[in-house]
Design a protein around this ligand. Structure first.
Ligand code: PEP
Ligand code: MN
Length: 271
């Protein structure tokens, strides 16, 4: 692309249909939000009610959690999947949740609309092949120590098995600073949009690890060309069983939606 002629936002992305009335990678920026972990029916329902009120179409939540420590909360498992499914059904939302291993793929297929592959699993090839053999959209997080090339090749592992409905997700990479959990690589968002035809979204929650940085990181992600965001939201972040420090309260999330809408508009897009 000749950058002297480029418009503020130009995209060669092939939009992916998630539902009859929802595409990712088109003119509209798509938000996905919810708790890091599904902890209870009430917690999940409270978040879903807010998403519905704000017009956010996709509910996130982990049922199988890839925790660094085996002593941390590991997720509710199948019970968590059922909660996500029931609550999403009530509000007409779609569900994204992580398949931590090959054995989870059929279960996640049953209860969710998008299968999430976590950062730690970006090069778990048997898992990539397993989701590649399904017909569900797959969100592939970038490994926190992986190059953009490795990330795109991991996506090709999925695509070569027949599933082209891939959404790339930049969730921050490990760097030398200790002030933030990771570093949001906005270069990678822009580069992946140039190098691949899959939609690219940003995860400002894991990229920063700090709730007070999630709004600026979200604005930056959309300004870099992201097709959407995956955001952690909790009714009471201080009591969260995982990632409370990076989770937004419901009013903070409402702020995010309004700010991201303005950035999207400045980019010639909408929410
Ligand atoms: C998550 O989305 O809750 C998660 C575990 O993310 P990541 O794989 O990016 O660490
Ligand atoms: Mn998390």
């Amino acid at each position: 692309m000749n950058i002297l002629e480029a418009k503020i936002y130009e995209s060669a992305t092939t939009p992916i249909a998630i539902a009859p009335d929802l595409v990712i990678g088109g003119d509209k920026v798509v938000l996905m939000a919810g708790p890091c972990s599904v902890e209870s029916y009430e917690q999940t329902r409270t978040v879903a009610e807010t998403l519905y009120a704000l017009g956010v179409p996709i509910l996130r939540g982990g049922a199988f959690k890839p925790r660094t420590s085996p002593h941390s909360f590991q997720g509710l498992g199948v019970e968590g999947l059922k909660i996500l499914h029931d609550v999403a059904d009530e509000f007409g939302l779609l569900v994204i949740t992580e398949a931590l291993g090959v054995e989870h793929v059929p279960l996640v297929m049953e209860y969710a609309d998008i299968i999430q592959i976590g950062s730690r699993n970006m090069q778990h090839f048997p898992l990539l092949w397993a989701v590649g053999e399904t017909t569900k959209p797959v969100l592939l997080k970038r490994g926190f120590m992986s190059t953009v090339t490795e990330w795109l090749l991991a996506a090709e592992h999925i695509a070569t098995r027949g599933n082209e409905r891939i959404i790339l997700c930049e969730r921050g990479i490990r760097s030398f600073g200790t002030e933030t959990r990771n570093t949001l690589d906005t270069n990678a968002i822009a580069l992946a949009k140039l190098e691949a035809h899959w939609p690219v979204i940003g995860d400002p929650s894991h990229a920063t690890g700090r709730a007070d940085l999630v709004l600026p990181a979200s604005r930056a992600g959309i300004a870099a060309g992201a097709d959407g965001l995956l955001v952690e939201v909790h009714p009471h972040p201080a009591g969260a069983l995982s990632d409370g420090g990076q989770s937004l309260t419901l009013p903070e999330f409402s702020q995010l939606v309004s700010q991201v809408g303005k950035i999207a508009q400045a980019m010639g897009r909408s929410l």
